[in-house]
Design a protein around this ligand. Structure first.
Ligand code: GLC
Length: 740
């Protein structure tokens, strides 16, 4: 009897111990995944593959396996929405820090700040109880019309890769999964649900996939969001060649592919096209509100029935469920997931630093900046963005902030502290209507004229004018689900700026926005800054730069063209952007034919690659940004060793104030083939230099850095040749070059 009891209790303990493995936080994740899978029913495996609410996918309550809590967006945690609708839940504890837009982060060219950003923003996601943050985004800014460019990291794949990797590593170190988006080719908002993108294999790999590949290989991003658009006729949320072929097989990615909301369109495609978690705009995925429609999802009842009928092997279901369980154990059930915090001063400091380092000084005639306030008595601030909150609007990346310092507020506080005799007057100058909805056609011309006259009236006796305008996340003004319709600033701003510039008072223009724009008034103004979107500390950061508390060090992550027509794709017409409709193309396996076809005819010649190839002079080139100090570059030296080449160059601060300089390394063939860009960004480093101080920038170049995509072998190839290294303060301010 005794023996029996011992055996029985051993069996009990071992089963209990066995029961613990997936719950054992110390057990290796793959063991936990295997053990959990073994215990789950078919029904439970299916349930974790799709939404159970707007922003959660199910866990397995019976087994104590947590659901996945997801939330937007790349710049901070979205306000809580109701479980099953797009309406705010009206919580009062979900005010958060709005961090600067990712284009602003890219404009800092500062990998350390990217790390700080990922750490801080993921602490806010953790504190709000989230497991997956729906960001960052690294789609490529091939057109200045893209409504969501502000959420991405510019026109160059290398810069986007370098900036996105530290952000993801820092976030995932806190136990928060990034959901890198939108994979892939979601580079316009026009017909985003149904545009099929035609692009060469080489441009796809060298430009559009490149930042995603960096995030997979170097940051091991845990989830990726498929994009709404199609590639080769299939939706990217379930595209066998893209997801199973390139992402999961070639890149050996072990994460979970999440659909964009409502981006799933067919059960068999979802099953065999690599989708792991189907999220939805509505409870039936895409089309309408319906109560408890989650079982209508393509990966829900239809999939469960196929498995139960033996039409789809259990192994297919297990492979998906394993990826979702892996994500749950990496985040929701990760013993090292941080508690985080919300609206801490540490977070505001990071937010402000990124904003300060992202602001780009584009023009500073006769050193008008930084402001010498003793010279002025009456400053006039003009422009709606001086007071408008730019943390709202823009679409799914909108935020509900506790702190949102406006430029006017900060200027009034800071400038009067420095010079109490100073008066700061304000005139909106134009109106743009409600965030996200209103557009130019909604504002009243008479009202606009009155606002303009009011500003001009006040300008008569100002001795300095600071204009604060630009884009503003309204519909078609840097906002999801719509592209801009003009390269000009909206709401009569060009005419207003030109009229203000006629007055004697010197004028500084500071514009916000995720995209370049036309500047017909440029020669009439003395100072120009571009501010992207700066988040909760917007005003403070801008005032710090204008007063000189901070020396600007931002550099453009996107080319500012003088004219819209200068962008490389424009000469190819509508086909190249925004694409054409009514083209007969073969239906896909779901019997679907894309509504719109867009052809990336500029191929790899996106941004500065195209401007240089076409010998088109940009207004402000990629990588350009001024400082309040000056820098001198020495002659470079290059040596070869086992790992490749090492290039060094000394940079000296030859001015009178501390500053930061981003030294950029571009490489091209010494004899440029017609099929290659003249040069491409291959590295950069940001040096902080005191007056008179010299530091050495050291770059390593390897054969891998010099590879190109070969469409014959469908792989990267290295072709030894004579290369030229260009070291510059911007893509077209090359200080020296050296061949190797
Ligand atoms: C939106 C966006 C995506 C966002 C998701 C959830 O349609 O495309 O970026 O994360 O839906 O709001």
């Amino acid at each position: 009897m005794k023996k029996f009891l011992i055996l029985a209790s051993l069996a009990l303990i071992s089963s209990a111990v066995k029961a613990q493995t997936y719950l054992n936080p110390q057990a290796p994740i793959e063991e936990r995944v295997k053990d959990a899978l073994k215990r789950m029913t078919t029904e439970e495996k299916i349930k974790i593959l799709h939404a159970q609410s707007k922003f959660t996918s199910a866990g397995v309550p019976r087994l104590g396996i947590r659901q996945l809590n997801m939330d937007d967006g790349p710049h901070g945690v979205r306000e809580e929405l109701e479980w099953n609708t797009w309406s705010p839940a009206k919580w009062t504890n979900d005010y958060i820090v709005a961090f600067p837009s990712l284009t602003c982060l890219a404009a800092t060219w500062n990998r350390d700040l990217s790390n700080a950003y990922g750490n801080a923003v993921s602490e806010e996601f953790a504190f709000r109880g989230k497991d997956i943050m729906l960001g960052p985004g690294v789609n490529i800014q091939r057109t200045p019309m893209n409504g969501r460019a502000f959420e991405y990291m510019g026109e160059d794949p290398y810069l986007a890769g370098e900036i996105v990797v530290p952000y993801i590593k820092a976030a995932q170190k806190n136990g928060i999964a990034c959901c890198l988006k939108h994979f892939v080719l979601n580079d316009q908002e026009i017909d985003r649900f149904s545009v099929n993108v035609n692009v060469s294999e080489r441009a796809l790999h060298e430009i559009y996939l490149y930042p995603f590949k960096q995030a997979v290989e170097r940051a091991h991003v845990w989830t990726i969001m498929g994009s709404y658009n199609l590639w080769e006729g299939d939706h990217c949320c379930h595209n066998d060649k893209l997801i199973n072929g390139i992402l999961k097989k070639d890149w050996n990615w072990d994460g979970a592919l999440v659909s964009d909301w409502g981006g799933t369109t067919n059960t068999m495609q979802a099953i065999y096209g690599g989708l792991d978690i189907e999220m939805g705009t509505y409870t039936d995925g895409k089309l309408r509100e319906s109560a408890f429609g989650y079982d209508d999802y393509y990966l829900a009842k239809p999939f469960r029935e196929l498995v139960n009928d033996g039409k789809v092997p259990m192994s297919v279901l297990d492979e998906k469920a394993a990826r979702v369980l892996r994500t749950i154990f990496r985040t929701a059930m990760n013993p090292n997931k941080v508690i985080g915090n919300q609206c801490s001063e540490a977070h505001y400091d990071v937010c402000r630093q990124i904003a300060e380092e992202g602001i780009v000084l584009l023009k500073n005639e006769s050193s008008l900046l930084p402001l010498e306030l003793s010279k002025y008595k009456k400053i006039l601030v003009v422009g709606e963005n001086a007071t408008r909150s730019l943390t709202q609007g823009g679409g799914s990346s909108e935020l509900k902030t506790l702190r949102d310092i406006s430029p006017l507020e900060a200027l009034r506080t800071q400038l009067s502290n420095i010079n109490s005799q100073l008066s700061i007057d304000y005139a909106p100058g134009y109106a743009s209507g409600r965030a996200m909805y209103d557009h130019e056609d909604k504002v009243d011309p008479a009202k606009q004229e009155a606002l303009k006259q009011e500003a001009l009236e006040k300008a008569k006796n100002a001795d300095l004018i600071i204009y604060i305008g630009g884009l503003n996340k309204n519909h078609k003004q840097d906002c999801e689900n719509g592209d801009r319709e003009s390269y000009d600033l909206s709401f009569g701003q060009n005419e207003l700026i030109s009229a203000l510039a006629e007055f004697d008072a010197p004028m500084i223009v500071t514009n916000f926005g995720g995209n370049p724009y036309h500047m017909p008034w440029l020669n009439k103004v003395e100072g120009l800054l571009h501010c992207w979107y700066l988040g909760s500390e917007s005003g403070t950061a801008l005032a710090n730069v204008l007063t000189g508390k901070v020396n600007p060090s931002g550099k453009l992550p996107v080319t500012f063209a003088k004219n819209y027509e200068d962008y490389p794709y424009v000469k190819y017409g509508q086909e190249a952007y925004p694409g054409i409709t009514g083209v007969e193309t073969p239906k896909n396996s779901a019997g679907e034919m894309a509504r719109r076809q867009v052809y990336y005819k500029e191929d790899i010649f996106v941004g500065y690659r195209g401007f240089e190839k076409n010998k088109t002079k940009p207004l402000f080139p990629f990588g350009f940004g001024l400082s309040y100090t000056t820098f001198k570059y020495s002659k470079p030296a290059i040596t070869k060793d086992a790992e490749g080449w090492k290039l060094t160059i000394d940079v000296t601060n030859t001015g009178t104030r501390e500053g930061k300089e981003t030294v950029q390394l571009y490489v091209g063939q010494a004899k440029v083939a017609a099929t290659r860009p003249i040069k491409e960004l291959k590295n950069f480093t940001k040096l902080s230099l005191k007056p008179g101080e010299t530091k050495t920038a050291t770059f390593r170049i390897t054969e891998k850095d010099l590879m190109t995509w070969d469409e014959q072998t469908h792989n990267w190839k290295y072709e030894p040749t004579k290369f030229m290294a260009y070291i510059g303060a911007s893509s077209n301010e090359i200080k020296s070059k050296i061949s190797f």
